[in-house]
Design a protein around this ligand. Structure first.
Ligand code: BES
Ligand code: ZN
Ligand code: ZN
Length: 483
């Protein structure tokens, strides 16, 4: 399986911009604010540098600078510039410069945006090139965060940003792994290795234990594959603190979703290796949580299966008994995510979690509803909704609350069991969430449908094609800001 991720060097330098030693110094320039340093005045006068967001001008041998180049990075209107803008701009700059084989880059952002900018640079530097042979791999090796003042707490800001962005890149590596290299057991192995490196407790439940626990919904999905299932449990406990709340993070870990007997069309099926993106985000979040040490205990639960149409596969019409005791009529074997999550949610509740968040590439319907812009949020608890929305906003992971009234429950009626695993034609993302709610019962719970946001179909100026790592930043913020 995949080897060590090569990390960038990140250093803080307290100095004047002129003295910064680097291959390139990234300097944000704002619309309507004339930048005159490093010979920029003539470029501004000539109308070549306007400060429009995303306009890049690379100046070689900049006047008065120790750096070999200055990248004048158009940042838009100063009053509109925020953390999201900084994250994006730094990501764009990183990708722009690394494509020119530039190795050491200094960033001169306002201290208020240093954290977001650093995240953007580390995320922008990521490339899904693990399986490309040859030596054409270009990557920034060193980032210098320039502080021209004596900003208090800057080291902590830089450290948190580094930890979060590196965890996010780890998640993206996991998601990019093809299904022939990352089946449930390999995913469990990756989680074990991460946990061992971070000093977290990791336990992997295998088929026999799941049978004992009565996880019939999860096992029903797994039975069509030659790859055995795994339920990954990773525990973080704050030192010496007694907390009332215990946060559970549940992530869908379908290492490949063929649809099973209700098989998917061939066109685009290769993308279904990302059906474990929710689980990978929770594993990555635990890596960051281990280093940032929030005050609340956090446990991740990642049910991993491969959904295959094998000779032992479950059939439409099969009735399984979930761990909670409820019976489920499996009308469509492609609605497998909710089945494995149902048992993982029940298990998380029995493990003592008082609050739950799950993340899952659960439905095509959420992509119809929200496109590739917003994560869909569903909940049984307004307090949890507010906490998660605040955490998402702080992390720049756009998230939108969707309805989940009891009235939707009738869509899931089954003639032969307690509940069916699909509703009708309408409101597919809501009925999927409604199914999960049945298993969350009275535990405050949020479900995040990330089917539209966990994967970028095309490269962006600030991010590579493929996995985004969403909603890792939301999860880390949620744990860190828990009160
Ligand atoms: N993994 C898919 C959801 C999905 C679809 C993720 C497209 C990303 C892009 C999920 O297991 C699934 O197949 N859901 C079905 C549910 C349906 C059978 C009720 C869907 O959305 O079509
Ligand atoms: Zn499916
Ligand atoms: Zn799926």
């Amino acid at each position: 399986m995949f080897g060590k991720i090569v990390l960038m060097q990140i250093q803080v330098e307290r100095t004047q911009l002129e003295h910064v030693q680097a291959d390139a110094l990234v300097l944000p320039v704002f619309e309507g604010r004339k930048e005159e340093r490093f010979g920029a005045a003539t470029l501004t006068d000539a109308g070549e540098v306007t400060g429009k967001f995303g306009e890049f001008t690379l100046v070689h041998h900049p006047a008065g600078a120790a750096a070999a180049r200055v990248l004048l990075a158009g940042a838009g209107k100063v009053e509109k510039f925020d953390a999201d803008g900084a994250r994006k701009l730094a990501g764009m700059a990183a990708r722009h410069l690394k494509s020119k084989a530039i190795k050491k880059v200094a960033f001169a952002f306002d201290p208020a945006f240093v954290g977001a900018a650093l995240e953007g640079a580390v995320l922008g530097n990521f490339e899904p090139d693990r399986y490309r042979t040859g030596n054409d791999k270009k990557s920034i090796e060193t980032i210098v965060v320039v502080d021209t003042g004596k900003t208090a707490g800057l080291e902590e800001t830089v450290e948190r940003a580094r930890v979060v962005a590196e965890a996010q890149n780890f998640t993206r590596e996991l998601v990019n792994e093809p299904a022939n290299r990352l089946a449930p057991m390999q995913m469990a192995e990756a989680a074990r290795r991460m946990a061992a490196a971070q000093g977290l407790e990791c336990q992997v439940l295998e088929r026999a234990e799941m049978e004992k626990l009565g996880m019939g919904a999860l096992l029903g999905v797994a039975q069509g594959s030659a790859e055995p299932p795994a339920l990954i449990v990773i525990r973080y406990r704050p030192a010496g603190k007694e907390a009332k709340a215990h946060l559970g993070l549940v992530g869908k870990g379908v290492t490949f979703d063929t649809g099973g007997i209700s098989i998917k069309p061939a066109d685009g099926m290769e993308k279904m290796k990302y059906d474990m993106a929710g689980g990978a985000a929770m594993i990555g979040a635990m890596q960051a949580i281990a280093q940032l040490k929030p005050a609340i205990p956090v446990t991740a639960f990642v049910p991993c299966v491969e959904n295959m149409p094998g000779g032992r596969a479950q059939r439409p019409g099969d009735i399984v008994t979930a761990m909670s005791g409820k019976t489920v009529e499996v009308l469509n074997t492609d609605a497998e995510g909710r089945l494995i999550l149902a048992d993982a949610i029940t298990y998380a509740r029995r493990q003592g979690c008082t609050h739950l968040v799950d993340a899952a590439t659960l439905t095509g319907a959420i992509v119809v509803a929200l496109g590739h812009i917003h994560v869909g949020l569903f909940t049984n608890d307004d307090g949890m909704r507010d906490r998660v929305l605040a955490a998402a906003r702080a992390g720049g992971e756009r998230t939108w609350a969707m309805p989940l009234d009891e009235d939707y429950r009738e869509y899931l009626k089954s003639a032969f069991a307690d509940i069916a695993n699909i509703g009708g034609r309408w409101g597919g993302a809501v009925t999927a969430a409604m199914f999960l709610k049945e298993f969350a019962e009275d535990t405050p719970w949020v479900h995040l449908d990330i089917a539209g946001t966990a994967w970028l179909d095309d490269e962006k100026p600030h991010l590579a094609k493929g996995p985004t790592g969403v909603p890792l930043r939301t999860m880390v913020n949620l744990a860190m800001e828990w009160k």
